[in-house]
Design a protein around this ligand. Structure first.
Ligand SMILES: Cc1cc2nc3c(=O)[nH]c(=O)nc-3n(C[C@H](O)[C@H](O)[C@H](O)COP(=O)(O)OP(=O)(O)OC[C@H]3O[C@@H](n4cnc5c(N)ncnc54)[C@H](O)[C@@H]3O)c2cc1C
Length: 415
């Protein structure tokens, strides 16, 4: 089965690439070992984060580092074995999180986030998925007056960059979300983001749109990728062998397992996260997604119940699960949010593929003709999949991308 391009990986990033390559007139095959959108793009908090114009920095304060070492924080946990393997990358992450470097990185990051809503909205319109929109905006909730006022300053800075918000005091929080229990200093309601009621369903709807537009979806193992004598790429799919002159590797945290076979290894920092759904308590609705800023977890009203998602666990993607983080988050969340019974027996787990410089990686794989990659979207890959796809498709077809793509080049990790 011959195509112009094979895209490996049908998460939000791979599907975004496949749709935009197709929109540029290429015949595209999309391959995954599972149905589309069943890994990290399935289990996230479902926010299309137009407000996230700065990526997640590593907090550099001594207090955070000391409390982090105890491994009892709710927002960040770690496996000692994982940290030992990631020491070099974490040191690089720490250095990139220094104020000067972080400001430069955030300016670059913002150029992508600025297009995240419009690129999603176009696809959402074409895919007829208005029913997956749970609501507009979300709440960033604070208990401490001091931290709330610090965050108000950040919100004001972002307002100058076109990101909209409303400030709420404690009484206004109680009015907006009467089911929340506790004395809150207040909140910022970001008003631009879109909250999705089932992130996996959105990826699947985009994949269906790709198929309706004559793209082909295949099951198969990307690790069977090989070169032909003619310099094309071949990969084994359940329904035959796919062949194309170009391949895009968009395997999320697994991307460099494949590219390293061709000499390209980039330092992915895996930040794992867990989720669990809870039944809704009668007469106590939660109207919008809420981030508990102090403890770093999210509660989102979703199709399958109220979804609690955790912060980061630094551990290798294949290391045993340690759902103590979700147990800790649940304990705190139960005192505040209207959580009923657990819906699933076991928590879901996925891995955010983060880079030490906090920016995604997309473009031509250095020194491997015909191989492209798109990965490393960290905390915002659900948001950034479509704009990444648009820019990568421009590069593959030799067109001028509308954003300066140099800050996101795979070259920065070439050895
Ligand atoms: C708890 C949590 C909450 C989050 N909340 C948000 C949020 O609110 N907003 C946001 O923007 N982002 C959020 N994120 C981040 C976001 O989910 C990720 O950045 C994004 O899903 C990454 O997409 P991806 O397509 O790169 O990877 P994935 O979705 O992981 O897709 C990779 C694909 O590759 C496939 N694959 C892997 N190996 C093979 C192989 N050998 N052969 C074939 N196929 C293979 C997998 O099956 C998978 O479908 C969150 C993440 C977590 C963990």
């Amino acid at each position: 089965m011959k195509r112009d391009v094979i895209v490996l990986g049908a998460g939000m990033v791979g599907v975004g690439c496949a749709l935009h390559l197709q929109a540029r007139g290429l015949s595209v095959a999309l391959l995954d070992r599972r149905a589309p959108g069943l890994e990290t793009s399935y289990g996230n908090a479902g926010i299309i984060q137009r407000e996230a114009i700065a990526p997640y920095a590593l907090p550099r304060g001594l207090g955070f580092l000391l409390s982090g070492m105890s491994n009892r924080r709710v927002d960040v946990r770690y496996h000692a074995s994982g940290v030992a393997r990631l020491l070099g990358s974490l040191w690089s992450y720490y250095r990139h999180s220094a104020p000067g470097a972080y400001q430069r990185i955030s300016r670059e990051y913002e150029t992508l986030i600025a297009h995240s809503l419009e690129t999603h909205e176009r696809l959402m319109h074409d895919a007829h998925v208005e029913h997956l929109v749970a609501g507009r905006g979300y709440l960033m909730l604070y208990r401490s007056e001091r931290e709330l006022h610090e965050f108000f300053k950040i919100a004001d800075e972002r307002a100058r960059m076109g990101v909209h918000h409303v400030k709420l005091n404690g009484a206004e929080v109680a009015q907006a979300e009467p089911a929340l229990i506790g004395d809150f200093a207040g909140a910022v309601r970001w008003t631009d983001p879109i909250a999705i009621s089932s992130p996996g369903d959105l990826v699947q709807a985009y994949a269906r749109l790709f198929a309706q537009r004559h793209g082909t979806l295949h099951l198969g193992d990307a690790m069977t990728l090989r070169r032909t004598d003619a310099g094309h790429w071949q990969v084994d799919a359940a329904d035959g062998v796919l062949e194309a002159p170009q391949v895009v590797v968009a395997l999320g945290p697994w991307t460099t397992e494949l590219t390293s076979r061709y000499g390209y290894t980039a330092p992915v920092i895996p930040k794992r996260g867990y989720h669990m759904h809870y039944t809704r308590l009668p007469g106590k609705p939660l109207h919008s997604t809420v981030i508990d800023a102090e403890y770093g977890f999210v509660v989102a009203p979703m199709k399958d119940g109220l979804r609690l998602t955790t912060g980061a666990e630094l551990a290798m993607p294949d290391a045993p699960r340690t759902p103590t983080q979700i147990d800790a988050a649940e304990k705190i969340a139960r005192a505040v949010f209207p959580l009923g019974e657990r819906v699933e027996d076991e928590p879901w787990m996925g891995t955010r593929p983060c880079m030490p410089d906090m920016k995604p990686v997309f473009g031509a794989v250095p020194s491997v003709p015909g191989m492209w990659c798109a990965f490393g979207h960290g905390h915002q890959g659900f948001t950034l999949g479509p704009i990444t796809g648009e820019l990568l498709a421009a590069m593959v077809t030799g067109a001028q991308p509308r954003v300066d793509v140099r800050p996101f080049s795979p070259e920065r990790f070439a050895r």
